[in-house]
Every structure is written in C-alpha cells, then in structure tokens.
Design a protein around this ligand. Structure first.
Ligand SMILES: [Fe+2]
Ligand SMILES: [Fe+2]
Length: 240
C-alpha cells in the first residue's frame, strides 16, 4: 500500500505488522487512536510527518522472513484463536505478576515516589476491567463471530443473536478498549515515560519493564480487534 499523511493510522497498522512495530517505537497510538490520519497523529505527537513516512516506508518495504501473518486475509476463527492463545493468555499471566511486583515496589519506594501508588491503583483497575472484558469476548462475542463466519461461508443468513446486530457488542468492546488505552496513558504520564529514578532497585526496574511490555502487548491486541477482527465481523454480517 502507499502510505500518505492522509492515510489513517488504523489502515496503516492493519496492512502491515511491521508498521505497527514502527508506530509503537515512534510512540503513535494505532489502536484506540486508529481513526486519525497519519498527519493528525504526527501533529499531535509533535513529530515530522516526513520523517515518520520515511520510517514507515522502510519498515514496510523490508520483507522479514518472520513477518507476522497478514490477518486481513486469514479466517476469522484463526485470528480469534491467535488473539485468545497469545494476547488473552498473556494478560491473564501478567496481571497477577505485575500486581505482586507493584505491591512490593510501593511498599519499599512508595514514600519517596508517590506516583507508584497511582500506577498501582490504575493498574489494579485496568486488570479488573480486563478480566471481565476478556470473558465477554470469549463467551459471547468471539463465538458469535465464528458462527457468523461459518454462516457467511455457507451462504446462510447471519445467525440470530441476543444482542441484535454484532455492531452493538463491537461498539461496547471498543469503548472498553478506549478505557484501557486511557489507563495505559495515565501510567505512562505518571511515570514520565517509565523513567527510572536513581534509587530504583531491581524490582522497580522489573515493574517498569513489565508495564511497558504489557502496554506493547495490549496495543497489538487491541489493534487486531479494533482494526481487523471487528470491521471484518461487521462486514461479514452485512455480507459486504
Ligand atoms: Fe481481546
Ligand atoms: Fe478486546
């Protein structure tokens, strides 16, 4: 694809997994902020759009042997299995580990670094919301999307759903994604982009590393849902 400053960030991310990694490095939010054009996103992040275009072109031009699958043309059932097997498993494994780390670091450094208590509170809220969010996806929305795809392949009408059209749960999940994106931003702001103070111990370091890893994974996770899975599910329902 040709990337221009008028291309939306979501389109760029949906077309190329390499582009999502580059956007992550540059600091442009491509999941919840996916509807903005690249020009708008660059203006907001105060970086030169020409420089970003050059970096993206380089990243997307270089074919990497281990490049991720392009989920745009894979079956939705496979994409769902990938999301659950990779990202949902990661969230469930990391939440208790990060909570325990935060507890420890706040106990030792909380007095000198009040932002740690804020991070702990925001993360605990995020972890709680995510646990319910993943359950809703796994028990309601994802199984329905699999049935929707099966019906679409068989040339049958969309199966009946208690929520009416798939647009409704999709909208709800996307609102929850926005909330999660906001929590990630709050933690990044409170920690001044995860910069470690001089007296940081190994646990402090581990906590900040874990939070940044959690952020990168959640961005990729939300991107796959917001920019690929959900639009394709809505299109399958409409038979576009
Ligand atoms: Fe998910
Ligand atoms: Fe989600």
């Amino acid at each position: 694809m040709t990337i221009a400053d008028t291309t939306t960030v979501g389109q760029i991310a949906a077309e190329s997994p390499n582009a999502t990694r580059e956007l992550e490095k540059i600091g442009i939010d491509y999941c919840c902020g996916g509807s903005r054009t690249l020009g708008e996103a660059c203006a907001e992040a105060k970086i030169s759009v020409d420089e970003v275009l050059e970096r993206l072109q380089k990243a997307t031009a270089a074919p990497k042997p281990d490049a991720d699958k392009n989920w745009q043309d894979q079956p939705l059932a496979d994409l769902i299995a990938h999301i659950q097997g990779t990202h949902h498993v990661f969230v469930r494994g990391e939440c208790p580990r990060i909570s325990a780390l935060a507890e420890k670091v706040v106990g030792v450094h909380g007095k000198n670094h009040p932002e740690l208590a804020e991070v702990q509170a925001v993360f605990s809220g995020l972890a709680g919301e995510l646990s319910v969010h993943l359950m809703k996806e796994e028990q309601v929305l994802f199984p329905y999307i699999v049935r929707l795809e099966e019906a679409s392949v068989a040339g049958e009408p969309a199966p009946p759903a208690m929520f009416g059209t798939v647009v409704n749960p999709v909208r709800m999940m996307m609102q929850e994604h926005d909330g999660a994106g906001e929590a990630l931003r709050e933690m990044r702001e409170a920690t001044k982009n995860y910069s470690l103070p001089e007296d940081a111990c190994a646990s402090y370091r581990a906590l900040y590393e874990a939070l940044q890893g959690f952020e990168a994974d959640l961005h990729q996770h939300i991107h796959l849902e917001n920019n690929i899975l959900f639009p394709r599910a809505v299109a399958a329902e409409k038979r576009e």
